[in-house]
Structures are given as structure tokens and as C-alpha cells.
Ligand binder design. Structure first.
Ligand code: LRH
Length: 465
């Protein structure tokens, strides 16, 4: 039996609605809507425009039903860690963007009560200043006390679609408040977080609920909303056509999430010291990975040039970059996290390290790509060592799979073949988990990945001397 499902996939720069057609030998996707995600800086910080994202998602669902009356299920994924606070079902304000610097105060407050090594022993998370537990600690305590629930971005969209408030497990793992897959009540209490704001957990593949009665007429169709790997990276990893015992993956978009898939969390000192995180995956797998800064540094650099009046065409810029040499810098330096003028920050990094900075735009682009490739190669090697996986190839999925220079240089710098694609891994992973729940396809993650491999042939980059 085959059938169709719809995936809502919200990314840091755009959102999409994709219809997937799935059967034993079929895995096809068509994008029915794409809308921009434009964060808004207000007097109190950097926010996501969540209502415009919800409007884009529902307009996309309307289009999906118009084109495919038989959609059986809807799944939502988005970036991790961010949330909306609600009281009696009403949103108390636009969610903060994880790149808003307010989290620094939260980090200090949390670490006063529990330093990172003690936290890591419980939640297995890499220290990232925007993990949800630090954001909660940075909230105005009166607002937190007033709220009766906190919903991560995909859970919030799911709530608006169904009226059901739940916390999907893969994304909940990025809050820092899960221990062995359940809310860590002891930690929640120790950090003074009101326990009532954390909703009941739900796992990928479980039904969240039917579309609200009021919505079905508006959208022109009815379907069940199914929990997927609602953390976008969890969905992407589902659709990596890899053998987990022999490969590393890089989910490369705004971020480069570099890691291996393991059966159990790795809570060793080596994992913590190397900045690895144990995020929850679909089917209880663990995503042992490191956040590498990703294409953000390049896109933010291009944005700075465009703002200064230069017309930049990315493919031409990358073609020119392939022809020049450039030095590398540490892309994971925290100075590159907030939005802003990346070129001056890159210059400052080189000045502090007594090295000449790039001069032309092509050299800057090359320097960023080379630095990313090196960070990817290092993280893939570390992931293999720490996770006990004999990494013999690297899979790059997501938008970065289209960047031939980055893929080739990752192969060169790691000495390993790089298999690039699918570009739309996140949407495919979202679609596959729904399709399995609906009975359109069966089996383990391995069977789902085999279907991806049969239908989406990767582009292979062999390492050059
Ligand atoms: C990628 C991602 C990543 C998180 C970051 C906040 O979109 O979900 O896995 O660390 O956003």
C-alpha cells in the first residue's frame, strides 16, 4: 500500500511544506510551498516571527490538500531549543531566537547551581549557550511563573493544528532537561523551573491528534498530525543512506551537525571535552554529534556584502573561490554565533593569531569553506573515535550537499569519500516516519535508509592527494 503525507519543515531562513508519496519502492517529494523566515529584532531582543511561520505552514497545507486530497498525515519539524510560553492556550510573546545574547545571563545562573560536567552526566548535552535550560534561566521569573506551558517550536505548531500540547522526545532532548528519555524532575526542581510548564512527552510515530475541527474546513482536508523526529536534525539523520557502524554524517545547512549514530549515550569525559552532544534520535537511537558553525558564517558574510550594496551571486562566488588559496580560521569561535558583520570578525580572528587575513571576496569565501571543511573532517574523526565507530565514509545531507567545493574539500581534508545527498533529507525523514506510522512502508531505520538509497543516489567525492 502506498500513500501521501505532508511535511512542514521550518528552517532558520525559510519554511516549506512538502508532500511525500511513499510506497515499498517509492519515495517522492514535491514542495508545495516555501516561505521566508525573517527574524525580527525588537527593543527586547531577537525573535522569531512565529505567526507568519504558522500562516505560511497553514497556507502550504491548503495547497497540499488542493493538489492531493488523499493526504493521510501531517508532520512538523523545526530547529531545536526555542519555545513559546503559553497561559490558558494563549502565547505570551514571540519566541526568542537562540542567537539572542540574553542567554549569557542564564548560563551563569545555571552553572552556579550545577556546573556543566554535572549537567552533562545527566543530560549528555554539549555546552551550547542557547540550550533551553539556559533560556529558561534567562526568562523574567514573573513571566515564567505566570506561564502554564512551554512548547518547543514544532510542538507549538502541532498544538495550533490539533489543540494537543505535547513535547516530542527528539527535540525535548535539546532542552537539557531530559534524562534517559524522561523529564529529569530532580534537575527541573534544582533549576527552579516550574514543572507544570513541561508537557507530557510523545515519541516519533505516535499520533498527536486530528486537525482541529475548525481547521479542516479552512484547509480543505482532514488528516492526523503524527509526531515525527520534530528536531530537524533528527529527521535528517533518519534519511541519511548510511550504515551507522561505518559512517559519519553531516547535516549541513545553517549549522553543520557532524556525528555518528549510536545505541546508547556516550557520557565519557572524552565526549564532554570534545564538545559532543547526545541528542535523542528516532527509534531511541542516539545522535552523538558536534555542532559546527555551518553555512551560517558564509550566508551572514554574503548578507553583510549585500547590505553594503554589492550584488553577490553565490554560485559565481563559489566558482571564483575554487580558483584561489586562503588560510583557515576556527569557525567555531563563539564570536561567529550572533548575527552581524562576519568579515570584521574574521579579520579580527586573523589579526589576533598573527596571520594575514583574506583580501578579496573570493578569498573570504574560500577561507570560510576551507575552515568548515577542516572543522567537518575533525569532528567526523572525533565522532568515530568517541563513539567507537569505524568511520570509512562521510555522508553530507541538506543544502550543503549542493556545495561541491565544500564536499570535495571535506573529502580531501578527511581523506575519506564523501557521499553528498539527499539535499532534502530533513523533509524525507519527516515523511518517512509518518509513512511508516500510516503503514505505507514498514521496518527499521535501516529499511527506511535502504529506500532512500534506492531512490536518491548520492554524488560521490573521492579524496584527492
Ligand atoms: C539545526 C538545529 C541544530 C540545533 C540548532 C539550534 O537547524 O536544529 O540541530 O543545534 O538548530
Amino acid at each position: 500500500m502506498s500513500g501521501s503525507v505532508a511535511a512542514i519543515d521550518l528552517g532558520a531562513t525559510s519554511g516549506r511544506v512538502i508532500v511525500g508519496h511513499v510506497g515499498a519502492e517509492t519515495l517522492q517529494t514535491e514542495q508545495v510551498a516555501r516561505f521566508l523566515n525573517t527574524p525580527v529584532q525588537t527593543s527586547d531582543g531577537l525573535h522569531w516571527d512565529i505567526l507568519s511561520l504558522y500562516a505560511g505552514a497553514t497556507e502550504g497545507l491548503r495547497e497540499a490538500f488542493r493538489a492531493n486530497a488523499d493526504i493521510a498525515s501531517i508532520g512538523v519539524d523545526a530547529w531545536a531549543v526555542d519555545y513559546g510560553l503559553l497561559r490558558s492556550g494563549r502565547l505570551l510573546g514571540e519566541p526568542y531566537h537562540y542567537r539572542d545574547p540574553r542567554t549569557a545571563a542564564g548560563v551563569a545562573r545555571v552553572h552556579e547551581r550545577m556546573p556543566h560536567p554535572a549537567l552533562f552526566a545527566r543530560n549528555g548535552l554539549q555546552f551550547l549557550p542557547f540550550n533551553t535550560l539556559y533560556q529558561f534561566a534567562a526568562e523574567d521569573p514573573d513571566i515564567l511563573a505566570f506561564a502554564d506551558s512551554a512548547l518547543l517550536i514544532p510542538d507549538l505548531i502541532g498544538y495550533w493544528l490539533t489543540g494537543e500540547a505535547r513535547a516530542e522526545r527528539t527535540n525535548a532532548s535539546t532542552t537539557g532537561l531530559l534524562r534517559a528519555g524522561e523529564w529529569d524532575d530532580e534537575l527541573v526542581a534544582a533549576l527552579g523551573i516550574p514543572r507544570r510548564i513541561l508537557p507530557e512527552l510523545i515519541s516519533p510515530g505516535e499520533a498527536l491528534g486530528p486537525l482541529r475541527a475548525g481547521l479542516t474546513a479552512d484547509l480543505g482536508g482532514s488528516a492526523t498530525v503524527t509526531a515525527v523526529g520534530s528536531h530537524d536534525t533528527a529527521s535528517a539523520v533518519v534519511a541519511v543512506p548510511m550504515r551507522p557502524d561505518a559512517a559519519a554524517y553531516i547535516s549541513c545547512g545553517t549549522w553543520g551537525l557532524v556525528g555518528v549514530e549510536v545505541e546508547r549515550p556516550v557520557l565519557s569525559d572524552a565526549a564532554r571535552e570534545a564538545g559532543f552532544t547526545n541528542e535523542g534520535g528516532v527509534d531511541g537511537r542516539i545522535r552523538l554529534l558536534r555542532n559546527v558553525m555551518g553555512l551560517w558564517v558564509l550566508s551572514e558574510t554574503v548578507r553583510t556584502w549585500q547590505r553594503d550594496g554589492h550584488a553577490i551571486d553565490l554560485p559565481s562566488l563559489l566558482a571564483e573561490a575554487a580558483e584561489v588559496q586562503a588560510p583557515i580560521f576556527d569557525v567555531d569561535d563563539p564570536r561567529f554565533l550572533p548575527p552581524g558583520d562576519m568579515v570584521s570578525r574574521i579579520d579580527a580572528w586573523f589579526a589576533e593569531h598573527g596571520m594575514p587575513a583574506p583580501r578579496t571576496r573570493a578569498q573570504y569565501a574560500r577561507s570560510i569553506v576551507e575552515s568548515l571543511a577542516q572543522a567537518f573532517a575533525d569532528a567526523a574523526a572525533d565522532a568515530g573515535r568517541i563513539g567507537g565507530v569505524d568511520v570509512r565514509s562521510i555522508h553530507i545531507v541538506g543544502g550543503g550537499a549542493l556545495n561541491a567545493l565544500l564536499c570535495q574539500r571535506t573529502a580531501d581534508r578527511s581523506g575519506l569519500p564523501v557521499a553528498a545527498g539527499p539535499v532534502e533529507a530533513t523533509a524525507l525523514g519527516n515523511v518517512l516516519v509518518q509513512a511508516r506510522a500510516a503503514g505505507f512502508v514498514g521496518g527499521s531505520l535501516e529499511a527506511l535508509r535502504d529506500l532512500v538509497a534506492r531512490t536518491h543516489e548520492p554524488e560521490v567525492y573521492l579524496p584527492r592527494a
